[in-house]
Design a protein around this ligand. Structure first.
Ligand code: NAP
Length: 247
């Protein structure tokens, strides 16, 4: 039994730990992060060369099941996985942590892209805490506001003209997020709906400070791909080794 985990998330690492060593596990990372936290089992790094390359890899390495445990916003690899799994007749499951849900006191503005998030900043204040990651910041390049840009690795150019970069990786604490908002006199938070506990404290800190939050909604999971919401559920699916046509 050989399971390929498309990774790059905390959940993917937990899942690899749950499956290894009962089955052969290979985790695949895109190679975007300079010093990634490595999961248990085998690890390969770098793209496959589109859906055809991934399908070939599945065949060559006799993969019995694929779990797409990539970040909810890693849209292309998820669609590639759906196409490749269908071509290679390998069952596929998507592991997606649940999205965040607003509670009383939250002032959230939902948008569907970074470009829309940039436009949504009109009238929300001068100082923006931008936590959408290091890629795609070109969408904010022409904005007049000042930005605190937090990301794991240095962001790609182009960036907002007036910005301070804070290199940091979660989990983040509520006290830490409160302090950042105070120190930088933040007026508005911008986030993807990444879900999970590691980066959720910023939402509570924003609520407490009465800040509006621009939330980029998730792209859909490819049609027909079953979804698990926890590593445990995904591990149970893999160990059942479903046939491709029932996956
Ligand atoms: P993406 O746009 O969906 O994928 C772009 C290309 O990167 C894919 O076509 C594929 O190249 C390669 N790729 C992506 N994930 C891969 C993986 N796990 N293993 C091997 N190749 C992979 O992805 P992205 O948004 O750039 O994210 C890249 C990685 O960072 C993902 O694995 C994701 O889990 C992680 N991540 C993303 C975000 C985010 O906000 N997007 C946040 C945290 C972590 P080929 O076509 O050549 O196979």
């Amino acid at each position: 039994m050989h399971v390929l985990i498309l990774g790059g998330t905390t959940e993917a690492r937990v899942l690899a730990g749950l499956l290894d060593p009962s089955v052969r596990v290979t985790s695949s990372l895109a190679g975007r992060v300079a010093a990634p936290r490595l999961p248990a089992g085998e690890v390969r790094i770098g793209g496959f060369g589109g859906p055809a390359g991934l399908a070939a890899w599945l065949r060559e390495h006799a993969v019995d099941a694929v779990i797409d445990a990539t970040h909810p916003f890693a849209e292309r690899i998820s669609f590639n996985a759906a196409e490749a799994a269908a071509t290679a007749h390998v069952p596929l499951l998507a592991l997606r942590r649940p999205g965040w849900v607003p509670v009383d006191g939250d002032d959230w503005r939902s948008v569907t892209s970074l470009a829309e998030a940039a436009r949504a900043l009109d009238g929300l204040g001068e100082r923006v805490f931008l936590t959408t990651g290091r890629m795609g910041l070109a969408a904010f390049a022409d904005r007049p506001e000042w930005f605190l840009v937090r990301s794991v690795d240095a962001p790609d150019a182009p960036m907002p003209a007036r910005a301070e970069v804070l290199l940091d990786r979660g989990p983040f604490t509520l006290d830490g997020e409160r302090a950042l908002i105070r120190k930088h006199r933040v007026d508005v938070l911008v986030t993807k709906d990444s879900g999970g506990a590691a980066t959720a404290p910023k939402l509570r800190a924003a609520r407490e400070a009465g800040l509006p939050v621009v939330v980029v909604r998730r792209p859909p999971v490819p049609e027909g791909v079953p979804v698990a919401t926890t590593p445990e559920e995904a591990a149970a699916w893999a160990l059942r080794a479903p046939a491709p046509d029932t996956a």
